[in-house]
Design a protein around this ligand. Sequence first.
Ligand code: ARG
Length: 466
Amino acid sequence: MSDKKASNQMWGGRFASGPAAIMEAINASIGFDKKLYQQDIRGSVAHSRMLAEQGIISADDQKKIENGLNSILADIDAGKFEFSAKLEDIHMNVEAHLAELIGPAAGRLHTARSRNDQVAVDFRLWVKEETQRIAAALKELIAAFLDRAEEHAATVMPGFTHLQTAQPVTFGHHCMAYVEMFARDLSRARDAVERMDECPLGAAALAGTGFPIDRHMTAKALGFREPTRNSLDSVSDRDFALEFLSLAAICATHLSRLAEEIVIWSTPQFGFVRLSDSYSTGSSIMPQKKNPDAAELVRAKTGRINGHLIGLLTVMKGLPLAYSKDMQEDKEAVFDAAETLDLMLAAMTGMVRDMTINTAAMKKAAGSGYATATDLADWLVRALGLPFREAHHVTGRAVALAEERKAPLDKLTLEDFRSIHAGITDDVYSVLTVQNSVKSRTSFGGTAPSEVRKQIRHWRKRLSKT
Ligand code: ARG
């Protein structure tokens, strides 16, 4: 009762006391930024060593600080550290505990530093490392696709536009389309790492510091290429996080399109692929069913990642320089996006490696829907010298006749063809099979098995170099 009274009548019910408890609940970030503990401690060790090297603190104090930090690291690793919301965030939790461990020397660690540059360096380190993890996972996925592409370089399937049968392609070619997409995602990840590879530590609150610090030394110790060049920007910038979320959203979108294709391909109506039991579930009521749950969830989780990108863009859009507490909202978005994308990549790599390809169903579907109509038109151009537009017209009539007969194009008789255009010879049949259709498409980047194999070699070589 007295608690109720102390807290706000309207909304204070959930809080133990008045405004202080509400403030703590809205202000504290320790619930999620404890994820940064390793980066925070690494940053502090590097900072303390630099302070000692520059004669700003004594070597003796530095030793105490470093030993204390290492023992905190070991405690957190072992799950023996008690985080406190009263201490707001990871930076103050670590520092307060350090003071308990080593006494007054702990108070010297924060010389020439602020939580503003501290959080900027911690978070950058985390995002950089995560982006490198994503790059490694993308390489695994690409490797899975290259193997499947090699295996199925000559497996014919229908290619679609508007999800209507368009022209025959090979499954290897389709796999290589995803190699192109994920290789671009990989290059986006590498570019992003390049750009975020600057160390903001030493920007202090916003203006730099009068202490004779060596920012090059801390940048190097923390594995950054160089220090950032503007102290205001250093504590204000979150585009490294936005870039991470952008590349995550684009990659998730690629994964989602693939997931959608797997959902379609694994229906009994298509029957192009069979998912392994590890990546599907049965139905509790319909025994015949095998559901592509993992693919569906990859498709769905994309929404979360896209949402996080829009969320953080919106947080940042109105902020004046330099630091504002709004920026504390960057972390949950990035952490959740990262965890989600890691899982999506792992699930998709497993699915691609494990799925069984039904080559007979693919081939059968490739031959239906007059998929070789363009080949007929091209033949009329090549063999009879017709302008393409006229060839298109003649082919249209052949398709109409085949439809009337309820037969595929290659089941029309030579008389049938001649009734449409007198110049047609039985050489035409050679282009009407799906195998010959794909084999003929040898243009650079085309679907011919020879060209697909060439592209596989290209990517294997290129990826082995980086
Ligand atoms: N928890 C804060 C964050 O994540 C750390 C920086 C706090 N800085 C400040 N001036 N209050 O952004």
